[in-house]
Structures are given as C-alpha cells and as structure tokens.
Design a protein around this ligand. Sequence first.
Ligand code: CO
Length: 150
Amino acid sequence: MMKHFALAAVLTAGSSAAWAADNCKLEVGANDQMQYDKKEATVSAGCKEITITLKGTGKLDKTAMGHNLIVALEKDKNTIVAEGAGAGPAAGFVKAGSPLIVAATKLIGGGETDTIKFPGSKLKAGEAYSFFCTFPGHFALMNGKLTVTK
Ligand code: CO
C-alpha cells in the first residue's frame, strides 16, 4: 500500500512538470498527403514565449504542396483562409498584418522547417482556437483544435 502511494506521488509530480514545459512548445509535421501529424494540441497562455515549429516531412515543393500554420480563433478561420487566397503565393497565402492572425509560419515545402515564437499573453485561456494551413484547398483537412490553458 505504501509503495503504491509513493509511486503515484512521483508520477504525479513528474507529469505536471512535463506538462508545464510541453505547453510552451509545439512541433507539428506536415506531409505530402495534405495532413498535419496532429489534430489537436494544447498550449498555455501563461508561457512567456510559445514556440511552434512546422516541419515539412514530405518531398514536394511548396509551390505544389505548400504548408503553413496559422494560429487564430476558430471563428476567424474562414476569413483568414479567404484573405490568404487573395494575398496569393508571393505572400505565402497570408494577408500581411491581419489583426485576426495570432501567429503564422511562413509557407514551406518538403524538407523545410519554420519556427515562430510569440508571447503566451496573445492567447486567452478557454477561448476556441484553431491551427490551420491557408494553402488553397488545404484547410479542410489541415486544421486542428488548439486548446489554451492558463
Ligand atoms: Co498545407
């Protein structure tokens, strides 16, 4: 009985420390099948800095199978995708300076990587956020739920 209790205490302490660290860093892969390797993720608004890395795990060039990762409120997703289509490929399908976008990676192809950093204070705990790709035709498959904790 004592042994079990001690083990549980160690596991609990270990996992909460891991959570605190994990929630400030997120790595997402994007492949040639128009998919992210995550459908949901959690970050913390309490992070001084949130780091998101997008990795192109496929082989195709960004002109054919480009991917980016936009962080925004779920309710703004459709507007941002439409604005991105209007901005076109030279702009990486992101409207520059859009106030609806919390953070955005650049458009990458297979074998490329982009990392973005932004303060956790740009997010509000409990609001419904999403991460998605604005390459034309991609966002229906390439989107995930972003949970924001305190
Ligand atoms: Co994409």
